[in-house]
Design a protein around this ligand. Structure first.
Ligand code: SF4
Length: 446
């Protein structure tokens, strides 16, 4: 028996490798705790996460958290970018701090865009669209080249990254220009920037990304760990009847920070300071609470003495939309995607030419039903054009039951698309007038 699953077009089978091989957790496990989950969450388009529980805990308990994403200003913003913008905006609506980076250093170094082009694309394609979708003043919008703090942090992170590691992720070789490598580190700095002192220090930060972006997230999580001074752990081999042993070690913390830590620990527990590490013996019955206490103390001291004490950045992973002709969306094939600045009539035409999950003949369609799970038109409704879950379920049921003809369905979707583009483009003009309400760190290079 066929089960009706209106979210079937986004089955996660193709992504299961990410859970098994790379340790990405399933988003569904957190879904029940989220108040008013976003459409992408409800419909399982966001399927995985790393450490999103830290963001959710902060959200539910009214503590600071943030969401950030970067956009490379080298081409037209399209529906894929809209997904990320909406996710950032949703987190801002849940009281999170929102960060939007324009990756102009990357566009300049990797795509050869001039600084002027980067600025124009950054503002006209990405920033205006994000504001039109609902980004509110208070969001931190910056061009990488205009942010001294991001550039300084990228330099610091460079001390902890080596060429082999970056090559494995980005495919660098002897021909790769150095600025390209710097721009990769700048991307990591963008991700960690919301946790810098300027923005209130360490906090949970989520980076909503497509499933292919996980290597960048893993790199940055690794760099965050490496740049932090202290590492605390409970050695398995040292279970003592006298209490809980905890080791804290560091290769980079200054002596004065170690000494300050030791003073605090001594007041609470037995503590010994050796070169590069501290051993403490805690008289406690609550291991977890004591360990958390130790980690908090080390973090506070690290911040007091000038370290970063970053939390590992969290991430959510969403599925990709299929290209309108089937296969992948590609920026070099305009027919494969709908750009946010496509004329409404052109967007509608692209929908009319899109690949459907319809059968070869009308009779077959009536008899067997369509295949919405393989239909790019249905995908547009699912991802973007129908907010009401019940309405979408009706489309799905009618299609599966053979009650829906592809021609009419495409016309309906094309009208929705044309209306969406028209409204979005009108809102962008209003967004242009609102630009002054935002604090923009624009490029200083031109
Ligand atoms: S009826 Fe609509 S949803 Fe079903 S296959 Fe045709 S275009 Fe797709």
């Amino acid at each position: 028996m066929t089960t009706l699953d209106p979210w079937g077009a986004v089955k996660i089978d193709n992504y299961s490798k990410l859970f098994d091989e790379f340790g990405i957790s399933k988003f569904d496990e957190l879904l029940g705790k989220i108040k008013n989950p976003h459409r992408y969450m409800r419909r399982h388009i966001i399927f995985g996460h790393r450490s999103y529980d830290s963001v959710l805990d902060a959200m539910l308990s009214g503590k600071p958290f943030a969401a950030m994403s970067g956009f490379m200003p080298s081409g037209h913003a399209h529906l894929g970018h809209k997904m990320v913008m909406e996710e950032i905006i949703w987190h801002q609506q849940q009281e999170g701090d929102a960060f939007l980076a324009i990756a102009d250093m990357e566009a300049h170094a990797v795509r050869g865009k001039t600084w002027k082009e980067c600025r124009e694309y950054g503002i006209n394609e990405y920033i205006l669209s994000a504001i039109a979708f609902g980004l509110e003043p208070g969001a931190h919008i910056y061009f990488q080249s205009g942010s001294n703090s991001v550039r300084s942090l990228a330099f610091e992170l460079g001390i902890k990254a080596n060429l082999s590691e970056l090559s494995a992720i980005y495919g660098f070789n002897g021909e790769t220009n150095i600025a390209h490598m710097v721009s990769a580190l700048t991307q990591s700095a963008d991700i960690l920037n919301p946790q810098s002192e300027e923005f209130g220090g360490p906090k949970p930060v989520v980076i909503p990304v497509g499933a292919d972006q996980d290597p960048h997230i893993r790199l940055t999580r690794g760099l965050a760990e490496k740049i932090n001074w202290f590492n605390a752990f409970i050695p398995d081999t040292e279970k003592s009847p006298h209490g809980l042993h905890i080791h804290i070690y560091s290769k980079s913390a200054p002596q004065e920070a170690f000494e300050a830590l030791n003073v605090i620990f001594r007041k609470k527990w037995k503590s010994n300071f050796h070169a590069g590490h501290i051993d403490i013996l805690c008289n406690t019955s609550n291991v977890d609470e004591t360990f958390e206490d130790v980690k908090k103390i080390t973090k506070d001291i690290e911040l007091k003495y000038g370290g970063y004490a970053f939390m590992p950045p969290a991430s959510t992973y969403h599925k990709f939309m299929t290209g309108l002709q089937g296969g992948k969306m590609s920026s070099s094939i305009p027919e494969s995607y709908i750009a946010l600045m496509d004329k409404p009539e052109d967007g509608a035409k692209k929908v009319m030419r899109a690949k459907t999950g319809g059968r070869v003949t009308v009779e077959e369609q009536k008899k067997l039903g369509g295949e919405p799970d393989k239909c790019t038109v249905y995908e547009l409704l699912l991802y973007h054009l129908v907010e009401d879950d019940n309405e979408l379920l009706e489309v799905y049921k009618d299609c599966m039951g053979g009650m829906r003809a592809c021609g009419n369905c495409k016309k309906y979707t094309a009208e929705l698309m044309s209306g969406f583009l028209k409204e979005h483009q009108e809102k962008r003009e209003l967004a242009r007038e609102m630009l002054g309400e935002f604090e923009l760190q624009v490029t200083k290079i031109i």
